[in-house]
Design a protein around this ligand. Structure first.
Ligand code: UD1
Ligand code: UDP
Length: 380
């Protein structure tokens, strides 16, 4: 399949629907808005509602089309169907030259699939992450693999991610190592320095986030119990911005609300989140993005999952994949709190996810290809 040759400026449709997509596509949207080579059109799907909208303005992103697909306790199949239908309609109406998706959410998969059906070439930002386990994380590992089959441009954050793609048969001319745009955004936000840190009532602060589908239910309850035990040490404040998901709240609120040393707060906007991360001593998380941000700020991250698609941080020594067992959480967090040598080893390990110029590289490659004479293949 071939897309018609475009002339600059490229009419690029950026499709985003969740908090991490807003954060990681913001640098691309901002750079495109400032570039004569692009005419960006941001489409927000509303897969997330409050958690998306609290980000856009302060990250300098203006949504030109805002869908409203979110339902409480949405099911993956319903959400996917709504997204493909509504995004297909927007693409038919707007006729973009290019669709840009990020990561591995339902929005990203539906955006890529709708673009394929409408014969619009797709650029995938944060391409090539893999655990190798198709249902872990669920359903993100499948989503990103499927987007990898559809995309024409694969912007991989690291050499390892690029290798996953070429190993799967993606031509190497279509894979570009850029770094992760999350670092671009973190540096942009810290430069502004306007956020404020949530809480510090005790000597040390642990920032915790939990939301993954595969951790919900009993596992998350066990992790909540582990957090209570950590707070009972008396010297740490645990700050936990609660995901809006009812499946997360119904477990963590009864387990942790009102407990001394544990501050349950609403999701922090990105400025406050970055300030809170910068002011923390340790991070416990099952989030993808936070595994990338914590090493940039020298914060040891204990990853509360059984697999990670970001082994670079683990190999660098900045993160540890500790699983979800409450005993391991109490033991490993305790070790870092009590052993300054182990702490310094992790906090000084550095950030393997890029230099803050990922969006610049994405734009340069796209502009070069759209300006060239060769026809663009819409599919691999
Ligand atoms: C999705 C992504 C996941 C990402 C996470 C970021 C997929 C398949 N997964 O998780 O990769 O890490 O978002 O947070 O897309 N909700 C609200 N208000 C909001 C946001 C969500 O009430 O602002 C509710 C939704 O109605 C839903 C639940 O929270 O019931 C979970 O949201 P959903 O987008 O389905 O999240 P996940 O698929 O778990
Ligand atoms: N984040 C935020 N406020 C919060 C919690 C997280 O701004 O209260 C940011 C965080 O900095 C990271 C992103 O949200 O960049 C991660 O999103 P999430 O954990 O929802 O998704 P994931 O990264 O796991 O896909």
């Amino acid at each position: 399949m071939s897309a018609p040759q475009s002339v600059l400026p490229v009419r690029a449709m950026l499709v985003l629907g969740t908090r991490p997509e807003a954060i990681k596509l913001a640098p691309v949207a901002r750079s495109m808005a400032d570039s004569a080579d692009f005419d960006p059109l941001v489409v927000t799907t509303g897969q997330h509602r409050e958690m998306l909208h609290q980000m856009l303005g302060l990250l300098g992103v203006t949504s030109r089309v805002a869908l409203d697909v979110m339902r409480s306790r949405q099911q993956l199949s319903d959400l996917t169907a709504r997204l493909v239908a509504e995004l297909g309609e927007v693409m038919r109406e707007k006729r973009p030259d290019l669709v840009v998706v990020q990561g591995d959410t339902t929005t990203a998969l539906a955006g890529a699939l709708a673009a394929f059906y409408e014969k619009v070439p797709v650029a995938h930002v944060e391409a090539g992450l893999r655990t190798g386990v198709i249902d872990n994380p669920f359903p993100e590992e499948l989503n990103r693999s499927l987007i990898g089959r559809i995309a024409r441009w694969h912007f991989a954050p690291t050499e390892r991610a690029a290798r996953h793609l070429t190993d799967e048969g993606v031509p190497k001319e279509q894979v570009f190592v850029t770094g992760n745009t999350v670092i671009d955004n973190l540096l942009w936000v810290l430069d502004r320095g306007t956020g404020s840190s949530a809480f510090r009532t005790r000597a040390r602060k642990i920032l915790v986030t939990l939301h993954r589908r595969e951790n919900q239910g009993e596992r998350m309850r066990g992790m909540g119990r582990a957090l209570r035990r950590l707070a009972e040490r008396g010297d740490v404040e645990i700050v936990l911005p609660l995901h809006k998901s009812p499946a997360v709240r119904e477990v963590l609120l009864p387990e942790l609300d009102g407990h001394a040393g544990i501050a349950l707060v609403e999701p922090l906007d990105y400025l406050d989140f970055a300030a809170t991360l910068a002011d923390s001593d340790l991070v416990l998380t099952d989030s993808g993005g936070i595994q990338e941000e914590a090493p940039s700020l020298g914060k040891p991250a204990l990853v509360l999952r059984t697999t990670t698609e970001r082994p670079e941080a683990v190999e660098a020594g900045a993160a540890r994949l500790i699983g979800t067992d409450p005993e391991a959480i109490v033991r490993d967090a305790g070790e870092l709190l009590d052993d300054p040598v182990a702490y310094r080893r992790m906090s000084g390990a550095g950030n393997p996810f890029g230099d803050g110029r990922a969006a610049e590289r994405v734009l340069a490659q796209l502009a070069e290809d759209f300006a060239a004479e060769v026809p663009l293949d819409a599919v691999v």
